[in-house]
Ligand binder design. Structure first.
Ligand SMILES: C[S@@+](CC[C@H](N)C(=O)[O-])C[C@H]1O[C@@H](n2cnc3c(N)ncnc32)[C@H](O)[C@@H]1O
Length: 246
């Protein structure tokens, strides 16, 4: 059953960045969970972010094959793993993330990542590519804000640059996700508009924040309203990456 978001949020002073900080800084990595507004919880594996040599990179590293030169800005870079992958390919890449603890780990590993807000990307650099990986199109928060978000990030591109975004196509949902989509549609909401919170079990819970998963057709449409064309897509079941150009 769908919960009422506002009333189900336990009073908490912790923002998502603080929960992430606790997870990243703990000696034995704590289990970071992502809770959706219907109560569904998924576990977030931090091994790759924490540079465990045994960790498997996420599938969306393949989207970096679209990038043949820099400079690249990775938005919501976390601990800098995609920046690192680009640098290993000889491509000049930097990142921004709102979580200081994640940026500190990126910096300590030798990568040029800064604390910054996705809605205010560094101006004037003229990036060859701006990337939103790990389903980071979700940072837009709601489907209504996707065109403005794309437009803000596209403004950081140089002429001929590309915006590479990743998301989850909710139309391919199964199991509890299918029930969530049905409930959203029943309530007259865009199915991908959600509220999430981070938690370390029951020990620490963040405040709710908006997150959106955007289906491919809606992304194509939203991009076109701000002068961007979706020219390539790669998919891994319900996850996908899209390449947008002006
Ligand atoms: C789902 S994780 C993806 C991390 C990384 N891109 C990856 O694929 O491994 C989302 C990241 O975006 C960051 N983030 C969320 N909102 C942000 C914002 N408004 N500006 C910058 N970073 C943000 C979070 O701190 C987190 O590191």
């Amino acid at each position: 059953m769908m919960r009422e978001y506002a009333t189900s949020a336990r009073k908490s002073e912790l923002g998502p960045d603080e929960i992430m900080e606790r997870a990243l800084r703990s000696v034995a990595p704590e289990v970071l969970e992502i809770e959706r507004c219907d109560g569904f919880r998924s576990m977030s594996n931090l091994d790759w972010w924490l540079r465990d040599p045994a960790a498997r990179p996420p599938a969306d590293v393949a989207a970096l094959d679209w990038i043949t030169g820099g400079p690249v800005l990775d938005v919501g870079c976390a601990t800098g793993r995609h920046v690192e992958a680009l640098r290993e390919r000889g491509i000049d890449a930097t990142g921004i993330d709102s979580c200081p603890a994640a940026v500190e780990l990126a910096t300590r590993a030798g990568y040029d990542c800064r604390v910054g807000d996705a809605w205010q990307p560094p101006a004037g650099a003229g990036y060859a590519a701006v990337t939103l990986l790990g389903a980071n199109l979700g940072i837009a928060g709601t489907v209504a804000r996707v065109p403005g978000f794309l437009s803000t990030l596209a403004a950081a591109l140089r002429p001929g640059g590309q915006l590479i975004v990743t998301s989850i196509d909710w139309r391919m949902s199964t199991g509890p996700h299918e029930e969530f989509v049905a409930a959203q549609l029943g309530a007259g909401r865009y199915p991908g508009d959600a509220q999430l919170r981070l938690r370390l079990g029951d020990a620490a819970v963040s405040t709710w924040f908006d997150w959106v998963w955007v289906d491919q057709d809606t992304l194509r449409e939203a991009a076109s309203t701000v002068g961007l064309r979706m020219v390539d897509v790669m998919s891994w079941r319900h996850h996908y990456a899209a390449r947008l150009v002006a």
